[in-house]
Design a binder for this molecule. Structure first.
Ligand SMILES: CC(C)(COP(=O)(O)OP(=O)(O)OC[C@H]1O[C@@H](n2cnc3c(N)ncnc32)[C@H](O)[C@@H]1OP(=O)(O)O)[C@@H](O)C(=O)NCCC(=O)NCCS
Length: 159
């Protein structure tokens, strides 16, 4: 994996807000929780003044949630590097389990996580209809035209 010149930097609220607005819309919604940029911690991977990716998360005691993971230069190791960095930070903060959520059209993200020690632990069936009441911009159909209806809970114990 070529990573020469990549730096991992703490992401401030303004940066997180900009990326979230572009990629996800506000607020970020998971199961029973919503997040604004001020609620999370984040790291960006940068090369000079170019941002390659961003990861954000929260830790609550021994439980942690990765709220977003975005790679802007895919299949070059950016996502893996960010995920590894977040897991290290979560572990340092006392996290023993990390979860993340993906909509049921995101087969690519599911595979990415399953190959990195995560397991699909729950399908929150039909929950996206509830989330649309908070966030109406969630589209009806996602990747490959798959109707977005469920959230997958994907989790991993941290040793
Ligand atoms: C899922 C996501 C974060 C992955 O990011 P990424 O930067 O492509 O991830 P990586 O490059 O580390 O890994 C992707 C693949 O590229 C491969 N790869 C890494 N470096 C490579 C290189 N130099 N050349 C060729 N392939 C490479 C990896 O081996 C990996 O394959 P694997 O999963 O079979 O091991 C990215 O696709 C993304 O941002 N998706 C949209 C947002 C999203 O869905 N987020 C997750 C929500 S749960």
């Amino acid at each position: 994996m070529q990573s020469l010149g990549w730096d991992l930097v703490r992401a401030d609220v303004d940066l997180i807000e900009r990326v979230w607005k572009e990629r996800w819309g506000l607020p970020l919604c998971s199961v029973g929780r919503t997040f604004m940029p001020r609620d999370v911690e984040g790291r960006a991977l940068v090369m000079g003044d170019r941002m390659l990716g961003l990861i954000t998360w929260v830790v609550n005691g021994s439980d942690a949630e990765i709220v977003t993971l975005d790679s802007f230069v895919e299949e070059r190791g950016v996502g893996t590097r960010l995920l590894t960095a977040a897991e290290e930070a979560i572990r340092t903060a006392g996290g023993k389990r990390v979860a993340t959520y993906a909509t049921n059209d995101n087969l690519h993200a599911l595979g990415f996580h399953l190959r990195r020690g995560y397991r699909l632990v729950k399908v929150h069936q039909g929950i996206v209809a509830e989330l649309r009441k908070i966030k109406p911009v969630i589209p009806e159909a996602g990747r490959s035209g798959i109707p977005i209806v469920d959230l997958w809970e994907i989790a991993k114990p941290l040793a």
